[in-house]
Design a protein. Structure first.
Length: 75
């Protein structure tokens, strides 16, 4: 198989490949370290992704924290 054909297959099935890899990683983590630690790691990854996307979109994180946290924390 040539590189162009493999590249085309990967591009056409990107979501499936990503889902399979994430499922594999999640299942290995569940087996190796347990469900609570796996959920904690997944939550930390999601929080990091969330704030990273805010930074990429040039949004003000301090304004977001002011809305979410109790009054006066970041003012």
């Amino acid at each position: 198989m040539n590189r162009e054909k493999i590249f085309d297959i990967v591009l056409n099935n990107y979501g499936k490949i990503t889902g399979v890899l994430l499922g594999l990683i999640f299942s290995v983590l569940m087996i190796e370290i347990g469900i609570i630690k796996t959920i904690f790691i997944s939550l930390c990854i999601y929080i990091g992704y969330f704030f990273g996307s805010k930074i990429d979109k040039k949004e003000n994180i301090q304004e977001f924290l002011d809305r979410m946290l109790p009054l006066g924390k970041y003012k």
